[in-house]
Design a protein around this ligand. Structure first.
Ligand SMILES: [Mg+2]
Length: 381
């Protein structure tokens, strides 16, 4: 089997609800994505779903692989990472590489006529999920409705966006807690995500105050993504676990954080240089007995990789319409995402809907960081 062609498409569409965080409190209503198709001489095509800014890199990296056997995914991943050596596997290069890697894994599993979870070695096709509101633009009533809806599907863990106003965080954690308690679970897991808007010292003060009222399972990105000493300072100063990693790309970037025992929950996702990179980072976390939490992905397709990670804890689910251009073979049952038997990632695109939403270039409003970083973040502003 040989790779004969690589094709890329960028799309953009409306979300089902407004999403926002400390960096973008007013929220966003648009999203975008990159579809990478890797075609072969045997008529099997792999599909990767990545971030739109990676398009040029995905096309160029994919073309480097023309003529190669696509089933040698980990070797091809190394070939792509080596090709980006001087630029670095960061930013657009990393998300482009990720999208090609996803297409290769989809292709390998389709060639084997197996769902990806099985090909990757998962023994159970299911992953525990936590509800993630990206909910800063939501009113308390809207917040309650979202988490109650997830609780009705058996979800007993939730992640609130916060970090801007302590009183808001305390009140909204209470709303989220009460809504999730309706799941009937013996314990509700509460997480707070502040998206790097604090200094480490602000983080300790803010979280310690919260912990007088709530048992927080984790505090997410309480310091900059690269600040091993700062993250360790937070972890040492509060009872909650420190979770971070969603903005790291090459798995090697996790090394200083793990070496310093700076993060307690290791977050990986499709942009951790694809399934291959995410699995490498997860293995590194395994070495220091740290659990892994898979980041959200359109339609939660990264659940296939999460199911195969022995130290995986919970997968982030937005349920916001990210995956509405395709159908995916999975269902949410009693708080667990259960994966089906359809080969590969189990995604089937609606060609007409995809064509109707195809754009030459994604707009900034639909990009990964529409508002950039919060003004005054980390400056007590
Ligand atoms: Mg986050």
């Amino acid at each position: 089997m040989r790779i004969t062609n690589v094709r890329t498409i960028v799309f953009e569409h409306d979300l089902r609800r407004r999403l926002g965080d400390a960096n973008n409190p007013a929220g966003r209503t648009r999203t975008s994505g990159l579809v990478v198709y890797v075609d072969t001489d045997e008529g099997v095509t792999g599909i990767g779903l990545g971030a739109a800014p990676g398009r040029a890199h995905a096309q160029a990296l994919g073309e480097l692989l023309l003529g190669a056997d696509p089933r040698g995914v980990r070797g091809l991943w190394q070939r792509m990472a080596d090709a980006e050596f001087k630029l670095g596997t960061v930013g657009a290069a990393a998300v482009g590489l990720s999208a090609v890697d996803l297409a290769l894994w989809d292709l390998k599993a389709k060639a084997a006529n197996e769902p990806l979870w099985r090909l990757l070695g998962a023994d159970q096709p299911r992953v525990r999920v936590y509800a993630s509101g990206l909910d800063m633009p939501l009113s308390d009533d809207q917040l309650r409705v979202f988490y109650q809806g997830m609780a009705a599907r058996g979800v007993s863990a939730g992640k609130l966006k916060g970090g801007v106003d302590l009183r808001d965080d305390l009140r909204r954690l209470g709303v989220m807690h009460d809504a999730l308690a309706a799941s009937g679970a013996a314990r509700v897991d509460l997480m707070l995500d502040v998206n790097e808007c604090w200094t480490p010292k602000q983080a300790v003060r803010h979280v310690r105050t919260i912990e007088r009222e709530f048992d927080l399972t984790w505090i997410e990105e309480p310091a900059r993504r690269w600040d091993a000493q700062g993250l360790r300072q937070v972890s040492d100063g509060v009872a909650a676990a420190v979770a971070s990693g969603e903005n790291l790309r090459h798995p090697g970037e996790f090394m200083p954080l793990l070496d310093a025992r700076a993060i307690d929950v290791v977050q990986v996702g499709r942009d951790t240089c694809g399934v291959t990179g995410a699995l490498i980072a997860a293995d590194m976390a395994f070495g220091v007995e740290r659990p892994v939490a898979m980041m959200n992905s359109p339609g939660s397709f990264m659940a296939h990789a999460a199911a195969a990670i022995p130290n995986h804890a919970m997968l982030e689910m937005l349920d916001a319409g990210y995956g509405e251009l395709f159908d995916i073979d999975q269902r949410l049952e009693d708080g667990w995402l259960v994966l089906g038997e359809r080969p590969g990632f189990g995604m089937e695109f609606d060609a007409d809907r995809l064509a109707a939403h195809t754009v030459s270039q994604a707009s900034r409003a639909a990009g990964p960081s529409p508002a950039g970083r919060r003004a005054g973040a980390g400056r007590y502003g």
